[in-house]
Design a protein around this ligand. Structure first.
Ligand code: C5P
Length: 231
């Protein structure tokens, strides 16, 4: 079964405070989107990588110094939409008909490891839908107007990461039903959960962070450099 990855890179990244789109901010010599594409292309189970970019940056890949392996898997870029779910939908619509599984990935998660990508793909191939996630480490407080109103039991709470992998037909059905209901999700698995379909959790590395704040950039750059030196 052919497996495609969507690299969602069309966000504005307002929390980052950068002048341009977050996924085009450079660390360790390359834009975040390039690190994410390289991480996915390094997984043998992925055959095709589709960047979903801001409409104004669709030709950015022509300027990227990608490895030969990533370039061989790179598909034409697709313009994203106003919300993350719109960008995912645009990428999904662009997939060739022979793709059976799709791995949806945040371009801002540049530290994902190819072994974890392979494990979540294998889980989705069995069950139809699976995501990487990490058990919540901190105690979680529910807060209203600066005051704690409850402490949530964390034993059964996991923090969702990406990639999240789905049978293409299942994700298409989930997306159509969400759109019909006017439902916007912050991740893709939630759309499939709404159908009542099983979604498998694959324990991922807590270091697979989504770069959100400027301080995350320094952490990710240091980790990428360490890995480069170790290889
Ligand atoms: O905004 P958030 O941090 O949840 O974005 C997660 C990922 O989704 C980022 O990699 C971002 O570039 C992408 N995104 C997108 N299109 C949007 C909003 C977010 O591709 N409209």
């Amino acid at each position: 079964m052919r497996v495609a990855a969507l690299v969602l890179a069309a966000g504005r990244g307002e929390r980052m405070g950068a002048a341009g789109p977050k996924a085009l901010v450079s660390i360790a010599g390359h834009p975040l989107a390039v690190h994410a594409i390289e991480a996915l292309a390094a997984c043998d189970a992925i055959h095709l990588v589709v960047p979903v970019l801001p409409a104004a940056s669709l030709d950015a890949p022509t300027t990227w110094a990608l490895s030969a392996r990533a370039r061989a898997k790179l598909a034409p870029s697709v313009a994203g939409g106003a919300e993350r779910q719109d960008s995912m939908q645009a990428g999904l619509a662009a997939l060739p008909a022979d793709v059976g599984l799709v791995a949806v990935h945040d371009a801002a998660r540049v530290l994902v490891q190819p072994g974890d990508v392979a494990r979540v793909i294998a889980a989705a191939a069995r069950s139809g839908a699976a995501l990487l996630a990490a058990p919540v480490r901190d105690t979680l407080k529910r807060v209203r107007e600066g005051r704690v109103v409850a402490t949530e039991p964390r034993e059964s709470l996991w923090a969702a990461q990406t990639p999240q992998v789905f049978r293409v037909a299942l994700l298409r059905e989930a997306l159509e039903k969400a759109r019909a209901a006017g439902f916007q999700a912050t991740d893709d698995a939630q759309l499939v959960e709404r159908l009542g379909a099983p979604v498998e959790i694959v324990e991922g590395d807590p270091g697979n962070v989504k770069i959100t704040w400027p301080a995350d950039l320094a952490f990710a750059a240091a980790t990428l450099r360490e890995r480069e030196e170790a290889s």
